[in-house]
Design a binder for this molecule. Structure first.
Ligand code: NAD
Length: 295
């Protein structure tokens, strides 16, 4: 059993913390939203009154926060983890944030004497519930080996991607592929509709041909071919368009920083911005089919 602190008990953090409790760890949690903290307490997480109180005595700290600015504040701000954690604690940030912030905060952690990993996830709320997340981990190999048994209580696939920031880099590269391929699949179905080609026939052919991709075969953007895809429930998320836009923007920021040309990534970000600004931010990201097809 490990003494674990969990900060950020929202849609993802709460089921992740629950799985740590189920695995027999002692978990103390904090969230600025009282309802979220109360919900987690119902799952067996010991509620703390602040981040500092949650991390006092913890051997391992996990954070699952909305964005980079929250991570900077929760680690480096007043009463933050770097000032309050127990010496020797291992720090793991699973939020999806920009690579630069991940590297800066990890650097500050090192200066403060802590090992820190960036460990963003994929798999969404369903994966978090089922303990089936994929963790992409950046940081020191020894720290990774230390974290791995705890991460495996929340995820099925755990990959050490490289040095600090590599987990975030992997996450945004992966999600850039996903955003682009969802638009590609949507364009193909919209074109098929105009050409009078049956959607199921396109699916049957492309899912077995070179057009095959996860966006098509696991998360098909039109209703019918894949019963579990959000298209069959009016694009209730799943993974919201707002989240996809966030990740595509992070990919664009990172691309600008290093001078990488990502024209399709840029176009995908522009299209998801248009979709979100049209009032669809809370829809599943596969709902972009509706915009692409002119519905
Ligand atoms: P969420 O908004 O539901 O949860 C974030 C939680 O952090 C909230 O409960 C919020 O109150 C809390 N919080 C914010 N500031 C805080 C502070 N200073 N101290 C303590 N708690 C604070 O978001 P989520 O869906 O759980 O996503 C969390 C992270 O995981 C994001 O970075 C997101 O991009 C990433 N992610 C989400 C999904 C998904 O499907 N939801 C999938 C993969 C990755």
């Amino acid at each position: 059993m490990t003494e674990i602190a969990f900060v950020g008990l929202g849609n993802m953090g709460r089921p992740m913390a629950r799985n740590l409790v189920k695995a027999g760890h002692s978990v103390t949690g904090f969230d600025t939203m009282p309802d979220n903290l109360k919900g987690a307490a119902g799952d067996g997480v010991k509620p703390a009154a602040s981040t500092a109180a949650a991390v006092a005595g913890a051997e391992l700290v996990v954070t699952m926060l909305p964005a980079g600015r929250h991570v900077r504040e929760v680690y480096g701000g007043e009463g933050g983890i770097l000032g309050a954690a127990t010496p020797g604690a291992l720090l793991v940030d699973s939020s999806t944030i920009d690579v630069e912030t991940a590297r800066t905060v990890a650097g500050s952690a090192t200066v403060a004497g802590f090992q820190m990993l960036d460990a963003p996830v994929s798999g969404g709320v369903t994966g978090a519930d089922a303990g089936g997340l994929t963790f992409m981990v950046g940081g020191d190999a020894a720290a990774y080996r230390r974290a791995e048994p705890v991460l495996s209580c929340m995820g099925k696939t755990i990959v050490h991607a490289g040095a600090a920031g590599a987990g975030q880099a992997a996450k945004i590269c992966n999600n850039m592929v996903l955003g682009i391929s969802m638009i590609a699949a949507s364009e193909a179905f919209a074109l098929a509709d105009r050409l009078g080609l049956d959607r199921q026939k396109l699916f049957d052919i492309s899912s077995q041909s070179s057009g095959q991709c996860w966006a098509l075969t696991s998360y098909c953007p039109v209703p019918g071919p894949v019963p579990s895809s959000p298209a069959n429930r009016d694009y209730q998320p799943g993974f919201t368009a707002a989240m996809m836009l966030k990740d595509l923007k992070l990919a664009q920021e990172a691309a600008h920083t290093v001078g990488a040309a990502t024209p399709l990534g840029a176009e995908a970000a522009a299209l998801y911005a248009l979709f979100c600004n049209g009032g669809e931010a809370d829809r599943d990201f596969s709902g972009i089919f509706k915009m692409i097809s002119g519905q």
